[in-house]
Write a protein that binds this ligand. Structure first.
Ligand code: NI
Length: 140
């Protein structure tokens, strides 16, 4: 059993469709409460962030991004960010998944910390559903 010495209570506002999706998942996975699901999600987020922080040195990889095509101004913003980081980008592939969702795969090469900054910039835009950075070391 994990001992979290102090429990803090927080209140958060979420779009109801996001909460519905979250509830579906925690029901499927058999969590006893929404709080337990949220604790687990936060732990996963922290682990992922720490793992991202370990991306250092010369790297080759892919960024996989899903976003809402209908989010106002988002397409222009994402293109601007990619131009800003053009030196890291070798190729990209765009798939129009549904009427309003896009999947983009960006092949990248460069210093791990720059790749991380680039991925984080994409991730922080409103309307971006997910961004995953996967890399390998160039030197074996
Ligand atoms: Ni598209």
């Amino acid at each position: 059993m994990t001992m979290d010495s102090d429990l803090s209570r927080i209140g958060i506002s979420l779009p109801s469709n996001l909460l519905d999706k979250f509830d579906d998942i925690i029901n499927q996975r058999g969590y006893s409460s929404r709080s337990e699901g949220i604790r687990d999600a936060i732990r996963t987020y922290i682990t992922y962030y720490k793992w991202m922080s370990d991306v250092k040195g010369e790297r080759e990889g892919v960024i996989t991004m899903v976003y809402d095509h209908d989010q106002r101004g988002l397409l222009v913003t994402l293109t601007d960010i990619q131009h800003e980081y053009h030196k890291l980008i070798k190729a990209s592939l765009h798939s129009h998944v549904t009427h309003n969702r896009c999947l983009e795969v960006i092949l990248v090469h460069g210093d791990g910390s720059d790749l991380k900054l680039f991925a984080e910039r994409l991730m922080s835009q409103k309307g971006v559903e997910s961004v995953k950075l996967t890399t390998i070391q160039v030197e074996e």
